[in-house]
Structure formats: C-alpha cells, structure tokens
Design a protein around this ligand. Structure first.
Ligand code: CU
Length: 121
C-alpha cells in the first residue's frame, strides 16, 4: 500500500516539474519577481558618474547597463564578455542575465575607465 502511494506521489511531483523546465527556454519571459536591475553611468571629461563602486545584483537577475559617454569608446562587462559601442552623446546599452556569481569589472577600453564592479550573489 505504501509503495503505491509513494509512486503516485512521485508521478505527481514529476509532472509538476515539467511546466517549470519548459519555461526556461524563453529568456524574455522572466518571472515577474525578477525585476531588471537598471544601472546608468555617465562619462564626461574623463570622469565617471556616479563614482565607481560595487553594485550588487541577485544571481539570475536581468541587468541593463546604460552608458553615455562624451567620447567614442567601448564599454565592456568582464566575465560575461558583453560590450557596447559608445557614440558620443548616445546612450549605449548592455543587457544580460546575471547568471554567474562573482565580481566582474565593467570598464571602457579606450579611456580605460572603471565604471563599476558588478557583484553577483
Ligand atoms: Cu574589458
């Protein structure tokens, strides 16, 4: 008797898992609880605003980095290896899901400025 019940329970659990894993393929249908972390940085006269510091996000959280520079440059998120070409005065955008934990430098390659450090935990 106990065996039969356990098997039924396992079947129910197994079926219950399927809809969750099927939803993983669509990255733009993020769960409603996972708000996009918006990070906005401005570069003017070689200065970064807000001043570079650590910005924490939750692992799995979608991140959108918007960088506006007064000179042409490339913004780069290390580890995730995502980059955006910056045209003077036009915001460049980098979007990704913070799915790897750790500390990642975000910088520009021409002016070699650190924009911030992304902490994913
Ligand atoms: Cu880089």
């Amino acid at each position: 008797m106990a065996h039969v019940r356990l098997r039924k329970l396992l079947v129910v659990l197994f079926l219950g898992v399927i809809p969750l894993s099927a939803g993983c393929g669509t990255s733009d249908a993020a769960p409603a609880t996972t708000a996009v972390k918006e990070i906005t940085v401005t570069i003017a006269d070689g200065k970064v605003t807000p001043p570079p510091g650590r910005i924490e996000v939750a692992q799995g959280q979608p991140v959108r980095v918007t960088v506006t520079s007064d000179v042409a440059d490339v913004a780069h998120v290390h580890g995730y290896d995502k980059a955006a070409t910056l045209t003077p005065g036009t915001p460049g955008e980098i979007r990704f899901i913070a799915d790897q934990g750790g500390l990642f430098e975000v910088e520009t390659h021409e002016a070699d400025l650190q924009l911030f450090q992304l902490v994913v935990r």
